[in-house]
Design a protein around this ligand. Sequence first.
Ligand SMILES: [Cu+2]
Length: 182
Amino acid sequence: MKTISTTRTLLPLALASLIISNAHAHAVVEPQNGTTGTYQKLTFRITHGCDGSATKEVQIHIPENIHGAKPMPKPGWTLSTQTIKLTTPYKSHGKLISEDTSLIVWNEGKLPNEYFDEFSIQVRLPDEAATVAIPVTQICESGRIDWNEVATPDKPAASLKSPAPVIDITAPMHMNGMDHIH
Ligand SMILES: [Cu+2]
């Protein structure tokens, strides 16, 4: 009879890992943490197609508090960007920036469902700590997925069908006088 309890214990664990593993096999961003006010390379990984259909276009929607986004060109894909007028211009290297990149698109490519691939950008992270969702649109030969869902108290991350990649931006740790150990 002992085994039943073991099974009972194992079942939730197996279920939990299934949810977590499913959550990770989506459009994800690396790294998932960053430091305020720093330049960061963000890599978006496309891990499968749309219900098995090959991916032919990837769009990254840049939130307004992510500045100076620049894409990495990718052989076999056509690259384009769009800019918008900022509601809050900012200063960069002494210059006032009033327009910034809002959309980055790689298209006319082909990523079969059996493979995964990565799409990279460089950005300047905001000066304030924040958890930032960076929506991704994946367009396939048939169908599309808008990775744009954001967790709320009612809709926890694990329950989201197409979560937006999220990066957690925190202030740098200060060593408070503990900066050297004898
Ligand atoms: Cu997925």
